[in-house]
Design a protein around this ligand. Structure first.
Ligand SMILES: Cc1cc2nc3c(=O)[nH]c(=O)nc-3n(C[C@H](O)[C@H](O)[C@H](O)COP(=O)(O)OP(=O)(O)OC[C@H]3O[C@@H](n4cnc5c(N)ncnc54)[C@H](O)[C@@H]3O)c2cc1C
Length: 415
């Protein structure tokens, strides 16, 4: 499908519908749930009731071949509020992992269980980060061992900072099967609802996104059926065999050009999800920009609205320019991902890098424009400023995005 900036009627309707929900349900609840630092279940229930949260909604959004529906939805939800937006979107991390590594049968079996049903919505969690393996995914210590007699996988280890960890209906957990192969020796597993041995810690206390549940997760001899290995055993065995073969070949040859071996499938999955995360950052940035634009037109100092000072008006001009630039990168990457265009320059990472850094800069500038008022909880820019910071940290820090882009454009193993 061609890349096109004009939204069609369906996309406009979708955007308006989600915007309406964000304005009438999310915004009025935002300060309360931020303060309470709890998952806003009533908002999830409301969203599920009107069909804005669930498997069907996700499928409809995904069926848009332009790729733009998902970023449109995310921008509006997070324009409503970052914390509640993440409470509604955290499940999509688990879904993306099932979609990225699972078979069609696994998708149909597990994704609906991540969401629950409209009368009783649930959440999903994706648990990859560990205390010793954050940016360095290859350092993962959680182990998965196959018990052939019972056709079960046994998972043991500790996961850190998992969104919805411990409260999710379905957890997707990554684990190492052959640590000598680094990230190529890893796989993802579904842990079905109620599986013994998986325990979440109490909710971690955070700078921002406080309505979203984040916890560490302990896995103590967690036994899951063989069919919970995403992608299936046959595909895993073939992948491990290829990785071992590649490792042998690498050991036997020197690579004087410093070029990296090609074909990291997991990188592509990350590149696919990054524009959706970038769109979340955009929503927070746009909300802060709009609020400070309005404020600057009403706040009078030295006998005139502060916006009449170039220093303030130019700051707003820069904020708007940066937001629009980030949106173009997000939309481009979303379109590329949906239309299976190769990310030859790390375009997915570019979109998340830019949007994350724009969100931090714009929310900071919004606080500045409000002056002392911006520092108080009476105005939402204080919360937006706290919420935005995560976008240079999770789903790959800004430094890791730059690593991905620099490797893609140079073809070299930049460290
Ligand atoms: C609110 C929240 C929600 C999260 N949700 C999830 C989730 O649902 N599932 C999940 O699996 N994880 C989740 N995470 C974890 C998140 O993805 C990690 O925190 C992130 O990947 C960074 O890892 P780290 O915290 O270990 O930082 P580290 O990897 O220790 O990095 C620390 C600093 O060193 C820099 N650095 C590290 N390596 C390099 C390098 N090679 N070159 C340059 N700089 C480098 C980093 O950029 C960073 O600035 C969440 C985290 C938070 C805070």
């Amino acid at each position: 499908m061609e890349f096109w900036l004009d939204l069609n009627e369906e996309q406009n309707d979708l955007r308006e519908w989600v915007h309406g929900f964000a304005e009438s349900v999310i915004r009025p609840a935002a300060a309360e749930w931020d303060e309470r630092e709890e998952t806003p279940w009533p908002v999830l229930q409301e969203a599920a009731k009107i069909g804005l949260y669930g498997f069907e909604f996700l499928m409809n959004t995904w069926s848009d071949m332009s790729g733009l529906s998902l970023p449109l939805v995310n921008e509006e939800l997070f324009w409503g509020d970052g914390g509640i937006g993440m409470a509604l979107s955290g499940t999509s991390l688990a879904v993306a992992a099932i979609y990225g590594s699972g078979t069609p049968e696994q998708l149909v079996e597990w994704v609906p269980q991540c969401f629950g049903d409209p009368a009783d919505p649930q959440v999903g969690a994706f648990c990859s980060t560990e205390p010793e393996a954050g940016s360095d995914v290859a350092a993962m210590r959680t182990r998965a061992v196959y018990d052939e007699a019972s056709d079960e996988w046994v998972l043991t280890g500790q996961k850190a900072y998992a969104t919805n960890g411990g409260i999710a209906n379905v957890h997707v957990v990554t684990a190492s099967i052959d640590p000598s192969l680094g990230s190529r020796g890893q796989a993802a597993f579904v842990v079905p609802p109620g599986t013994p041995g998986l325990v979440g810690t109490k909710k971690l206390r955070k700078l921002g996104l406080r309505a979203s549940h984040t916890a560490d997760v302990f896995l103590d001899d967690v036994r899951v059926p063989g069919r919970c290995l995403l992608g299936g055993k046959e595909a895993l065995d073939a992948r491990l065999a290829r990785a071992r073969e590649a490792q042998r070949a690498t050991e036997q040859t020197t690579r004087p050009t410093g070029k990296r071996p090609s074909g990291q499938a997991s990188m592509r999955t990350f590149e696919l999800t990054r524009p959706a995360v970038g769109a979340q950052a955009l929503g927070i940035a746009r909300a802060a920009y709009e609020y400070s634009l309005e404020y600057a037109q009403n706040r009078v100092q030295f006998g005139r609205p502060i916006v009449d000072n170039q220093a303030v008006a130019f700051a707003l001009a820069d904020m708007r320019t940066e937001i629009d630039a980030a949106r173009l990168l997000v939309w481009r990457a979303a379109w590329m991902g949906r239309n299976e265009r190769p990310f030859t320059a790390g375009e997915g990472s570019m979109s998340k890098l830019k949007a994350g850094e724009v969100a931090v800069a714009v929310t900071g500038q919004a606080v500045q424009i409000l002056g002392g008022a911006g520092y108080l909880r009476d105005h939402p820019v204080e919360r937006m400023y706290r919420d935005a910071k995560i976008y240079t940290i999770f789903e790959g820090t800004s430094e890791i995005q730059r690593l991905v882009i620099s490797r893609a454009i140079t073809g070299r193993q930049i460290r």
